[in-house]
Write a protein that binds this ligand. Structure first.
Ligand SMILES: C[S@@+](CC[C@H](N)C(=O)[O-])C[C@H]1O[C@@H](n2cnc3c(N)ncnc32)[C@H](O)[C@@H]1O
Length: 677
């Protein structure tokens, strides 16, 4: 039975450095000698690939090495649930995290590795006036806890990165590097990242992304025309900004980007079949034509489902009445094999059948499987930044946030990506929550249920600002309130639309009316306007904390708390979430609770993790947990190997009981691991 100590892999976020070393060991075991790397040997093994340092091409800045190291350090912090400021906690699968995004990204590494379809971020542009968070690589978590409370004597945020600062660009790059590096790990193989930026840092950002994501994974520099004119320049006015797009791996993105269907009447495409994911929705059209140039070769019999031959114009046999099939014999054969033909019974046709072909949205029928629409262009001219103010005015009387992006812009960017149901969008510079708003809006317009994760620093608002005067002391308060209000508005609008549709429908509803009503009811039923709030904090478990208190009193309290495991003011629920996060389970995992022989036991994510913090416990409790584990294994669709976490004191001083319990849990009940705190 392993005890999870401070250095154990389960007491912190993913140990990226250790994992990289392990990978290197697997490929080049010969370069390791007494646990250290023989760099000269590694150079020899890599041969011509090594470039002398002074000839290297790339972006360099002050502090880069530290930034690289920082991206590999693990976090010992945690994310504490905050049910009170959440919305629909029990049901929702959206997440709002308050905290510095570097620590948060580290904490998400295990659970969300390879799980995010799209990242959109709108980081500080480094204009010289905006807030650029200053990391403290020695103890970033402590720094965060201090910094979120800090303003200097003049009320100026200490983190404003001014152009006069000699390391103006370096500061920004040091802030961005580790965050981008960590965010890449979270992307699915077919995932993409889109980053808003303006001329201040666009060159640096592009180079930085080339380094982190790889030049070959660059997709586009989208130019967004955000205004029609600007009078604030004596030279040339800038009316555009950029959205830089990279993918995780160019080899996996065949279906990642949607096509531009603007010229299509999308309302026609109402049917779906088993090819929906690839081919999109479809409509049917008659395969025969009367007005085309006649050819005998296009006048042949097609075998219908009951064996009857059907000729063009519904004839039963060959005859030249001018009617032909649209497609040749070989193409019809190909189309039948590939599910492009549909037969419908018809009393008006002599053959008794009408033959249709399917027009899928994503397929060019003239060239068989080729997608026919155009790709999106890298120029966006249809949405002006001014619309972001009206987005916010609909929700707030006061101007609570200055840097909001237009909902229509983010919606458009999300639409560029082909989402599957339940895929996740992450925004870790979320500001007023525009990404969350856009996701909910889009989910209310189509059949998909995209999920979102927002991360935002509780940056304090300026005392002179309208936000502060309206009671919003931090940007997270603005963000959460915006998402709450936007969700309610979207929901109310959909309900209203449904009521109107029902009121307008005929007394006996037509099939079309029924279908529309049903479609809207389904959208309303699946609409998730809630979010679970989590807050970044130091570990709940004393023994895992990085900081040793400075006073004797503090050390005494620490010792006392170590015995109880939980820090003062922390709850068992805080602990559950810390353990599940550090085990690599999703923050939205299902948590079930049972009382077993007087002990409170939790099963997380349908039996992946069991937790019991009672001490002492009896063999009856062990058996109860074992049986619950066995039950979960039987019900699981995937191979399930439950892990159990107990208190070290659960067994008192009875080592035989401890050994016996572990053996039974593993051999009799199928548990993979039993750990103690
Ligand atoms: C340009 S704004 C994003 C605006 C957002 N797109 C919107 O539409 O509301 C950038 C946000 O990133 C936040 N931010 C800056 N540094 C951060 C950090 N280290 N962790 C989390 N958020 C941060 C700032 O507080 C700011 O709200």
């Amino acid at each position: 039975m392993e005890k999870i100590t401070k250095d154990h892999s389960l007491s912190g976020s993913q140990d990226i450095l250790a994992e990289n070393i392990q990978k290197l060991k697997e490929i080049f075991p010969e370069v390791f000698s007494e646990g250290r790397v023989d760099f000269e040997k590694l150079q020899l093994l890599l041969g011509d690939l090594i470039t002398p340092n002074d000839e290297l091409y790339g972006l360099n800045w002050w502090g880069k090495n530290e930034a690289i190291k920082e991206s590999m350090k693990r976090s010992l912090g945690t994310l504490r649930p905050d049910k009170e400021s959440s919305k629909n906690w029990e049901k929702t699968e959206n997440i709002y995290i308050e905290g510095d995004n570097l620590e948060v990204l580290k904490l998400l590494q295990k659970s969300y590795n390879g799980k995010i379809k799209m990242i959109y971020i709108d980081p500080p542009y480094n204009t010289g006036k905006d807030f650029v968070y200053k990391d403290n690589y020695k103890d970033n978590l402590k720094n965060y806890l201090e910094q979120t409370d800090q303003v200097d004597s003049e009320g100026v945020k200490q983190s404003t990165n001014t152009k006069e600062d000699g390391r103006y660009h370096s500061n920004w790059l040091n802030m961005m590097y580790p965050r981008l590096r960590l965010s890449r790990n979270l992307l699915k193989d077919d995932g993409v990242i889109l980053i808003s930026i303006d001329d201040n840092e666009v060159d640096n950002l592009k180079k930085l992304c080339d380094e982190i994501f790889g030049e070959t994974n660059f997709i586009s520099n989208l130019i967004w025309q955000k205004k029609t004119g600007a009078s604030d320049s004596s030279t040339i006015s800038t009316i555009t900004e950029s959205i830089i797009v990279y993918c995780k791996d160019i080899n996996f993105i065949e279906n990642t980007f949607s096509r531009n269907f603007e010229s299509f009447d999308l309302t026609r495409y109402r049917n779906k079949d088993e090819h929906f994911e690839l081919r999109g929705p479809y409509y049917t059209d008659n395969l025969d034509r009367g007005g085309l140039q006649y050819s005998d070769s296009l006048n042949f019999g097609i075998e219908c489902p009951d064996g009857t031959l059907s000729f063009p114009n519904g004839r039963k046999e060959f005859q030249n009445d001018g009617w032909i099939w649209k497609w040749s014999k070989s193409k019809v054969q190909w189309a039948r094999e590939n599910n492009f033909i549909e037969f419908k019974k018809s009393d008006n046709k002599n053959s008794g059948w009408s033959v249709y072909y399917k027009n899928y949205l994503n397929v060019d029928n003239e060239n068989n499987q080729i997608v026919r629409s155009a790709p999106h262009k890298n120029l966006i001219t249809s949405i002006l930044n001014a619309s972001s103010s009206s987005d916010m005015k609909k929700l707030f009387d006061e101007r609570v946030f200055q840097y909001t992006k237009p909902v229509d812009l983010i919606k458009l960017l999300i639409k560029y990506v082909n989402f599957k149901n339940n895929e996740i969008i992450l925004d870790f510079f979320s500001g007023s929550g525009t990404t969350a708003h856009s996701v909910m809006q889009l989910n209310s317009e189509d059949e998909l249920n995209r999920k979102h994760i927002q991360v935002q620093l509780p940056e304090i608002t300026d005392e002179k600002s309208e936000a502060f005067k309206s009671g919003y002391k931090t940007i997270t308060e603005i963000g959460k309130e915006r998402i709450r209000r936007a969700g309610d508005t979207i929901f109310a609008e959909k309900k209203e639309e449904l009521d109107q549709l029902k009121a307008k429908a005929s007394l006996i509803q037509t099939d079309e009316e029924k279908a529309k009503i049903q479609e809207l009811e389904e959208i309303i039923a699946k609409l998730d306007i809630g979010f679970k709030v989590f807050k970044l904090d130091s570990s709940n478990i004393e023994a895992w904390d990085t900081e040793m208190p400075e006073t004797v009193q503090g050390i005494q309290t620490r010792l006392e708390e170590s015995r109880n495991h939980l820090k003062k003011g922390r709850t068992e629920e805080d602990l559950l979430y810390e353990l599940l996060l550090k085990q690599g389970l999703l923050l939205t995992s299902q948590i079930e609770e049972r009382s077993i022989a007087g002990a409170r036991v939790y099963s997380i994510s349908h039996g992946e993790l069991f937790i019991c913090m009672n001490a002492p416990i009896t063999m009856e409790v062990i058996e109860g947990i074992g049986n619950w584990g066995k039950e979960s294994i039987a019900e699981a669709i995937v191979d399930l190997k439950p892990v159990l976490v107990l208190k070290d004191e659960a067994f008192g001083k009875d080592d035989a009981f401890k050994t016996n319990a572990e053996l039974r849990l593993k051999n009799e009940f199928g548990f993979a691991k039993v750990n103690t705190l």
